[in-house]
Design a protein around this ligand. Structure first.
Ligand code: NAI
Length: 402
């Protein structure tokens, strides 16, 4: 089999190139993104592509690049790829949703202390020559209660770190979650809000979480309590938070995500939260650390390797999920096909009439496609592969050897 080639665009962390090369792939790493036409022409020489957020893999670009085996998004979001088009062309798309978990958790911990000590306002004053030395209104966080809304990857990490600093941790989640350490699950959001000195939001953006924290919920918070939002901008009604901050009911806030955010560093940022006392505003940097970039490089390189070398689609955002053991003997056929009745019968017919023994077979489907992986005991299954690839229902067929 010839060496598979991977193109990495947009200055993806060099660890991805190292990792892929270690696994025997040929890798070209570029620091820029490419325009549609440049991309179409460049991709002709590659089996897979790694991108970040600038490269647009539109339906038109994908249709011209249908030979691609896989796409790796070395980031969290996948909006820049037409996932449906990729699916129907038999191209799985991978991303790294959890590589920056720890970075967000650490930012939140730093903000808990910063809010509790009015750190940002005092620092800004000192920069201007004002000396704001007083203990009044400043508190240790030891012994205080942190309420986490959403106890998934990030929420549970914050939980562990906060307990390490002597905080009492409560959490509210719609799914039953195993508490870390001594954290305590709370039945309702209102109860959690009313018991917490700090409330930190870690829910995803869903119709249920849109405007989840509005006037009513803010009023349930303790007088002078603090709110931290590093989840999604739509979760909090900003105008209501502004009112609660101005009235002093909420003692301070740290906000990293906004309903509307500048698209790039050149665009100006506007928010009704600007200029309010003890409000920390950060430009959606919760997950932006060099360590997170490194982890993303590793995670996506591993997902691409598992797919290109083994056929495993685990972690893909647009493909039926099949996780497979390493191929020990024989040949592995990978076939993406249209999800219509009778496909499996035809494929099995081809295999059995060729007298080839099947060692293992995995099939997963979604509404549009079926993903079949079949390990066969045969030194030469060329004809079988060709016949299956030629089926009218086949979208993509490839072969891996042990
Ligand atoms: P996750 O999926 O691991 O956890 C989310 C948790 O929220 C789950 O346990 C889920 O059951 C729970 N949940 C869902 N709906 C809920 C509801 N209505 N009420 C209570 N709980 C609910 O997600 P993860 O990785 O912890 O991310 C959390 C948030 O952080 C997401 O919105 C994500 O987009 C955001 N994020 C922000 C970053 C930043 O740079 N500020 C970076 C990374 C993630």
């Amino acid at each position: 089999m010839s060496t598979q080639k991977v193109l990495l665009l947009e200055a993806i962390h060099p660890v991805a190139k190292e990792q892929l090369e270690k696994q025997g792939f040929e890798v070209e790493r570029m620091t820029s993104s490419l325009s549609d036409s440049e991309l179409i022409s460049k991709l002709k020489g590659f089996d897979a592509v790694g991108i970040r957020s600038k490269t647009q893999l539109t339906q038109a670009v994908l249709a011209e690049s249908s030979h691609l085996s896989a796409v790796g998004c070395f980031c969290i979001g996948t909006n820049q790829v037409d996932l449906e088009a990729a699916n129907s062309l038999g191209i799985p798309v991978f991303n790294a949703p959890y590589s920056n978990t720890r970075s967000v958790a650490e930012l939140v911990i730093s903000e808990i202390i910063a809010l509790s000590r009015g750190l940002f306002d005092r620092s800004a004053a000192a920069h201007k020559g004002d000396w704001m030395k007083t203990a009044s209104g400043s508190h240790e966080i030891r012994g205080k209660t942190l309420g986490l809304v959403g106890y998934g990857h990030i929420g549970s990490q914050v939980s562990v770190l906060a307990e390490g600093m002597g905080m009492k941790v409560l959490f509210y989640d719609v799914i039953k979650k195993l508490p870390m350490g001594n954290a305590q699950s709370i039945e309702t959001l209102e109860e959690l809000l009313s018991q917490s000195d700090f409330v930190s939001l870690h829910v995803p953006e869903t119709p249920e979480t849109k405007n989840m924290i509005s006037k009513q919920q803010l009023m349930h918070m303790k007088e002078g309590g603090f709110l931290i939002n590093a989840s999604r901008g739509t979760v909090v009604v900003i105008e209501h938070l502004v009112e609660a901050l101005k009235s002093g009911h909420v003692g301070g806030a740290a906000v990293d995500v906004f309903p509307e955010e500048p698209k790039n560093n050149q665009e100006a940022f506007h928010s009704p939260l600007q200029g309010l006392a003890n409000v920390i505003l950060t430009p959606h940097i919760g997950g932006s650390t060099e360590e997170a970039q490194y982890s993303i490089g590793l995670e996506v390189a591993e997902s691409l390797t598992r797919y290109l070398s083994q056929g495993s689609t685990g972690g893909s955002v647009n493909f039926p999920q099949v996780d497979l053991p390493t191929l020990q003997q024989g040949r592995r056929l990978i076939n993406v096909h249209k999800n219509v009745p009778g496909v499996l019968g035809k494929i099995n017919g081809i295999v059995s009439s060729a007298g080839v023994n099947i060692l293992a077979q995995s099939l997963a489907t979604d509404a549009a496609i079926g993903y079949l992986v079949m390990d066969m005991q045969s030194s030469d299954a060329k004809k079988v592969f060709e016949d299956i690839a030629d089926l009218e229902t086949s979208i993509k067929t490839r072969q891996l050897n042990s």
